[in-house]
Design a protein around this ligand. Structure first.
Ligand code: E4P
Length: 220
Protein backbone atom coordinates (compact mmCIF):
# COMPACT_ATOMS: atom_id res chain seq x y z
CA UNK A 1 0.00 0.00 0.00
CA UNK A 2 1.28 3.43 -0.93
CA UNK A 3 1.05 6.46 1.35
CA UNK A 4 -0.39 9.75 0.20
CA UNK A 5 -0.49 12.77 2.49
CA UNK A 6 -3.94 14.28 3.01
CA UNK A 7 -3.04 17.93 3.46
CA UNK A 8 -2.46 21.27 1.80
CA UNK A 9 0.30 22.20 4.26
CA UNK A 10 3.62 22.69 2.47
CA UNK A 11 5.85 22.03 5.52
CA UNK A 12 4.07 18.75 6.21
CA UNK A 13 4.49 17.69 2.58
CA UNK A 14 8.19 18.60 2.63
CA UNK A 15 8.69 16.66 5.87
CA UNK A 16 6.88 13.51 4.66
CA UNK A 17 8.69 13.71 1.31
CA UNK A 18 12.02 13.85 3.18
CA UNK A 19 11.17 10.52 4.84
CA UNK A 20 11.17 8.96 1.37
CA UNK A 21 7.72 7.45 1.82
CA UNK A 22 5.49 9.92 0.05
CA UNK A 23 3.81 8.64 -3.13
CA UNK A 24 1.27 11.44 -3.58
CA UNK A 25 -0.91 14.11 -1.98
CA UNK A 26 -4.64 14.67 -1.75
CA UNK A 27 -6.08 18.09 -1.03
CA UNK A 28 -9.63 19.32 -0.69
CA UNK A 29 -11.21 22.77 -0.24
CA UNK A 30 -11.39 22.29 3.55
CA UNK A 31 -7.68 21.48 3.78
CA UNK A 32 -6.74 24.48 1.61
CA UNK A 33 -8.97 26.80 3.67
CA UNK A 34 -7.32 25.44 6.84
CA UNK A 35 -4.01 26.80 5.53
CA UNK A 36 -5.58 30.26 5.11
CA UNK A 37 -5.52 29.67 1.36
CA UNK A 38 -6.72 32.42 -0.96
CA UNK A 39 -8.54 31.74 -4.24
CA UNK A 40 -6.03 33.81 -6.24
CA UNK A 41 -3.16 31.67 -4.93
CA UNK A 42 -4.83 28.26 -5.29
CA UNK A 43 -3.20 27.31 -8.59
CA UNK A 44 0.26 28.41 -7.45
CA UNK A 45 -0.20 26.39 -4.27
CA UNK A 46 -1.03 23.24 -6.25
CA UNK A 47 2.01 23.77 -8.48
CA UNK A 48 4.21 24.17 -5.39
CA UNK A 49 2.95 20.85 -4.03
CA UNK A 50 3.55 19.18 -7.40
CA UNK A 51 7.13 20.41 -7.39
CA UNK A 52 7.76 18.74 -4.02
CA UNK A 53 5.97 15.44 -4.65
CA UNK A 54 6.97 13.02 -7.35
CA UNK A 55 3.50 11.50 -7.70
CA UNK A 56 -0.18 12.25 -8.13
CA UNK A 57 -1.48 15.42 -6.47
CA UNK A 58 -5.27 15.58 -6.23
CA UNK A 59 -6.80 19.04 -6.62
CA UNK A 60 -10.55 19.19 -6.13
CA UNK A 61 -13.10 20.88 -8.37
CA UNK A 62 -15.93 22.83 -6.77
CA UNK A 63 -18.36 23.27 -9.69
CA UNK A 64 -21.67 21.44 -9.54
CA UNK A 65 -22.44 21.33 -13.28
CA UNK A 66 -20.53 19.02 -15.63
CA UNK A 67 -19.38 21.88 -17.85
CA UNK A 68 -17.98 23.73 -14.83
CA UNK A 69 -16.25 20.63 -13.50
CA UNK A 70 -14.72 19.86 -16.90
CA UNK A 71 -13.53 23.46 -17.34
CA UNK A 72 -12.00 23.50 -13.84
CA UNK A 73 -10.48 20.07 -14.38
CA UNK A 74 -8.87 21.04 -17.68
CA UNK A 75 -7.42 24.16 -16.04
CA UNK A 76 -6.11 22.20 -13.04
CA UNK A 77 -4.62 19.42 -15.17
CA UNK A 78 -2.76 22.01 -17.26
CA UNK A 79 -0.93 23.27 -14.15
CA UNK A 80 1.42 20.29 -13.82
CA UNK A 81 1.75 16.68 -15.03
CA UNK A 82 1.29 15.44 -11.45
CA UNK A 83 -2.18 16.95 -11.07
CA UNK A 84 -5.09 14.54 -10.71
CA UNK A 85 -8.51 16.16 -10.81
CA UNK A 86 -10.63 15.32 -7.79
CA UNK A 87 -14.33 15.14 -8.57
CA UNK A 88 -17.21 14.39 -6.16
CA UNK A 89 -19.34 11.30 -6.75
CA UNK A 90 -22.59 12.61 -8.23
CA UNK A 91 -24.28 12.40 -11.64
CA UNK A 92 -22.68 15.60 -12.93
CA UNK A 93 -19.36 14.37 -11.56
CA UNK A 94 -19.66 11.08 -13.46
CA UNK A 95 -20.41 12.90 -16.70
CA UNK A 96 -17.49 15.26 -16.13
CA UNK A 97 -15.18 12.36 -15.27
CA UNK A 98 -16.05 10.59 -18.50
CA UNK A 99 -15.28 13.77 -20.45
CA UNK A 100 -12.02 14.39 -18.57
CA UNK A 101 -10.95 10.75 -18.97
CA UNK A 102 -11.70 10.96 -22.71
CA UNK A 103 -9.31 13.91 -22.82
CA UNK A 104 -6.61 11.85 -21.08
CA UNK A 105 -6.99 13.64 -17.73
CA UNK A 106 -6.80 11.51 -14.59
CA UNK A 107 -9.65 11.78 -12.09
CA UNK A 108 -9.84 10.84 -8.43
CA UNK A 109 -13.52 10.30 -7.64
CA UNK A 110 -14.06 11.38 -4.07
CA UNK A 111 -16.81 11.30 -1.45
CA UNK A 112 -17.38 7.67 -2.36
CA UNK A 113 -19.15 5.59 0.28
CA UNK A 114 -20.75 2.58 -1.39
CA UNK A 115 -19.97 -0.22 -3.82
CA UNK A 116 -22.46 1.06 -6.44
CA UNK A 117 -20.84 4.50 -6.28
CA UNK A 118 -17.37 2.98 -6.66
CA UNK A 119 -18.45 0.85 -9.64
CA UNK A 120 -19.97 3.88 -11.34
CA UNK A 121 -16.84 5.94 -10.65
CA UNK A 122 -14.67 3.25 -12.23
CA UNK A 123 -17.02 2.90 -15.21
CA UNK A 124 -16.97 6.65 -15.78
CA UNK A 125 -13.21 6.45 -16.31
CA UNK A 126 -11.88 7.48 -12.88
CA UNK A 127 -8.26 6.42 -12.37
CA UNK A 128 -8.66 6.62 -8.57
CA UNK A 129 -11.67 5.90 -6.39
CA UNK A 130 -11.67 7.24 -2.83
CA UNK A 131 -13.91 5.40 -0.36
CA UNK A 132 -14.09 7.26 2.96
CA UNK A 133 -13.53 5.33 6.19
CA UNK A 134 -13.66 7.87 9.02
CA UNK A 135 -16.90 9.53 8.05
CA UNK A 136 -18.67 6.17 8.39
CA UNK A 137 -17.14 5.78 11.83
CA UNK A 138 -18.51 9.28 12.59
CA UNK A 139 -22.03 7.93 12.13
CA UNK A 140 -21.27 4.73 14.08
CA UNK A 141 -20.89 2.51 11.03
CA UNK A 142 -17.86 0.36 10.30
CA UNK A 143 -15.95 2.29 7.63
CA UNK A 144 -13.46 -0.51 7.12
CA UNK A 145 -16.25 -2.95 6.20
CA UNK A 146 -17.44 -0.54 3.51
CA UNK A 147 -13.86 -0.16 2.25
CA UNK A 148 -13.44 -3.94 2.11
CA UNK A 149 -16.63 -4.23 0.06
CA UNK A 150 -15.45 -1.59 -2.41
CA UNK A 151 -12.03 -3.23 -2.86
CA UNK A 152 -13.58 -6.69 -3.32
CA UNK A 153 -16.20 -5.44 -5.79
CA UNK A 154 -13.73 -3.49 -7.94
CA UNK A 155 -11.40 -6.50 -8.03
CA UNK A 156 -14.18 -8.51 -9.69
CA UNK A 157 -14.02 -6.52 -12.93
CA UNK A 158 -11.77 -5.22 -15.66
CA UNK A 159 -12.67 -1.62 -16.36
CA UNK A 160 -10.40 -1.32 -19.39
CA UNK A 161 -8.14 1.08 -17.51
CA UNK A 162 -6.24 1.07 -14.21
CA UNK A 163 -8.34 1.92 -11.17
CA UNK A 164 -6.61 2.40 -7.82
CA UNK A 165 -8.48 2.52 -4.53
CA UNK A 166 -7.47 5.30 -2.16
CA UNK A 167 -8.58 4.68 1.42
CA UNK A 168 -9.58 8.20 2.45
CA UNK A 169 -10.88 9.87 5.58
CA UNK A 170 -8.20 7.96 7.45
CA UNK A 171 -8.02 9.23 11.01
CA UNK A 172 -5.63 6.93 12.92
CA UNK A 173 -3.13 4.06 12.49
CA UNK A 174 -5.89 1.47 13.02
CA UNK A 175 -7.49 2.73 9.80
CA UNK A 176 -4.13 2.34 8.05
CA UNK A 177 -3.85 -1.23 9.34
CA UNK A 178 -7.38 -2.02 8.16
CA UNK A 179 -6.79 -0.46 4.73
CA UNK A 180 -3.59 -2.48 4.28
CA UNK A 181 -5.20 -5.79 5.31
CA UNK A 182 -8.12 -5.09 2.99
CA UNK A 183 -5.68 -4.45 0.14
CA UNK A 184 -6.37 -0.81 -0.67
CA UNK A 185 -3.80 0.44 -3.18
CA UNK A 186 -3.23 3.69 -1.32
CA UNK A 187 -4.04 5.25 2.05
CA UNK A 188 -4.20 9.02 2.15
CA UNK A 189 -3.40 10.12 5.69
CA UNK A 190 -3.07 13.37 7.63
CA UNK A 191 0.47 14.17 8.85
CA UNK A 192 -0.56 13.55 12.47
CA UNK A 193 -1.59 10.00 11.52
CA UNK A 194 1.58 9.40 9.53
CA UNK A 195 3.61 10.49 12.57
CA UNK A 196 1.64 8.11 14.80
CA UNK A 197 2.21 5.30 12.26
CA UNK A 198 5.97 5.52 12.63
CA UNK A 199 5.88 5.41 16.42
CA UNK A 200 5.47 2.68 19.01
CA UNK A 201 6.22 2.81 22.77
CA UNK A 202 8.38 -0.31 22.44
CA UNK A 203 10.43 1.39 19.71
CA UNK A 204 10.98 4.36 22.06
CA UNK A 205 11.86 2.07 24.97
CA UNK A 206 14.24 0.04 22.77
CA UNK A 207 15.97 3.20 21.56
CA UNK A 208 16.38 4.49 25.13
CA UNK A 209 17.97 1.16 26.14
CA UNK A 210 20.33 1.20 23.15
CA UNK A 211 21.43 4.75 23.89
CA UNK A 212 21.95 4.03 27.60
CA UNK A 213 23.99 0.94 26.81
CA UNK A 214 26.00 2.79 24.18
CA UNK A 215 26.89 5.40 26.82
CA UNK A 216 28.29 2.53 28.93
CA UNK A 217 30.31 1.27 25.94
CA UNK A 218 31.67 4.77 25.27
CA UNK A 219 32.71 5.19 28.92
CA UNK A 220 34.33 1.75 29.22
C1 E4P B 1 -9.24 12.84 0.83
O1 E4P B 1 -9.22 12.69 -0.35
C2 E4P B 1 -10.45 13.28 1.58
O2 E4P B 1 -10.87 14.53 1.15
C3 E4P B 1 -10.15 13.30 3.06
O3 E4P B 1 -9.45 12.10 3.39
C4 E4P B 1 -11.38 13.46 3.91
O4 E4P B 1 -11.03 13.27 5.26
P1 E4P B 1 -11.98 13.69 6.46
O5 E4P B 1 -13.18 12.81 6.45
O6 E4P B 1 -11.15 13.51 7.68
O7 E4P B 1 -12.37 15.14 6.23
Amino acid sequence: MKFFLDTANISEIEEAASWGVLAGVTTNPTLYAREGGKLAEFHDHIVRICEIVDGPVSAETVGLKREEIVAEGVELAALHDNVVVKVPTMPEGLAATRELANRGIKVNMTLCFTVPQALLAARSGAAYVSPFIGRFDDISEDGSEHLANVVAALNNYDFGHDVEVIAASVRHPQHVLQAALIGADIATVPMSTLEKCVKHPLTDRGLEAFLADWEKVKNS
